[in-house]
Write a protein that binds this ligand. Structure first.
Ligand code: NAD
Length: 239
């Protein structure tokens, strides 16, 4: 299949990656929905909604601090690194649902974080926003204005950051190759990005060991893990 598409793929000028939790699995960060994913152990409605947060902010903070500790010890894997390497040869944009910062740590320059970042906090009331990497001892942490701080992530039922989403759609519409990696494509509106790309003539390639709801719309599906498949695919694109 790659052979049939090889010219279109190699001639692509603008390549957009849409990534999800699966790309970071081989860095030791669990996904949400697959076999040993986080939602098999925890109830998203108790941890990842604004209602859950106001009901028990300390519990939600404990969970995020645990995830932060895991992310800070994790390292980018060959999948993240291969994407960063491709930037030396092509225009590459990464649209990620991940909040772990591993694309940036791998060296990717243009990374749009659709669901926010685990290493940022913001006030629930005022405009305060900051980086954070050292766990808070007293939970929930408070802003200087006296209100509670929260992780700067997008919870279920919340809107994506307006500007980031607008830019992401524009990149999806204007790319000629979209590579969709490690996402179940269950979460909206991120899962509409491949549709925008396809409607505008882009080639779609999916990398995921499992089939997804959109596998049949892909021009090429590679059913392997991203740390294995991405370095190989990217070396073919660069040839
Ligand atoms: P998801 O858990 O719904 O799906 C993960 C997908 O990755 C599955 O389709 C699975 O088959 C695939 N996968 C598993 N191992 C893989 C591997 N080694 N290589 C490639 N693919 C692999 O995750 P999603 O689609 O990203 O769901 C979106 C939500 O998950 C977002 O809200 C995001 O913020 C959140 N999330 C992020 C992280 C992170 O930042 N690393 C971790 C967990 C969840």
């Amino acid at each position: 299949m790659f052979d049939t598409l090889s010219h279109q793929i190699k001639d692509s000028e603008k390549i957009v990656f849409v990534t999800g939790a699966g790309i970071s699995k081989e860095s030791g960060i669990p996904t949400f929905r697959d076999k040993d994913g986080l939602w098999r152990k925890y109830d998203p409605m108790q941890l990842a909604t604004i209602d859950a947060f106001y009901k028990n902010p300390s519990l939600v903070w404990e969970w995020y601090q645990e995830r932060l500790a895991n992310v800070l010890t994790a390292k980018p894997n060959p999948g993240h690194l291969a994407i960063a390497e491709l930037e030396r040869h092509k225009e590459v944009i990464v649209l990620t649902q991940n909040i772990d910062g591993l694309h940036q740590r791998a060296g990717s320059k243009i990374v749009l974080e659709l669901h926010g970042s685990l290493v940022r906090i913001k006030c629930t009331v005022c405009n305060f926003i900051d980086q954070f990497s050292i766990p808070f001892e007293i939970l929930p942490p408070k802003c200087r204005c006296g209100n509670i701080l929260r992780p700067d992530v997008v919870w279920f039922g919340e809107k994506l950051p307006h500007l980031v989403w607008g830019e992401a759609m524009s990149h999806a519409i204007n790319c000629d190759l979209m590579i969709i990696v490690g996402t179940s494509l269950e979460v909206s509106p991120a899962n509409t990005l491949p549709l925008y790309a396809k409607q505008n003539g882009a080639v779609l390639i999916e990398i995921n060991p499992e089939k997804t709801r959109m596998s049949s719309s892909m021009d090429l599906s590679i059913n392997e893990t991203s740390a294995k498949a991405l370095p190989r695919l990217i070396s073919l694109i660069q040839k």
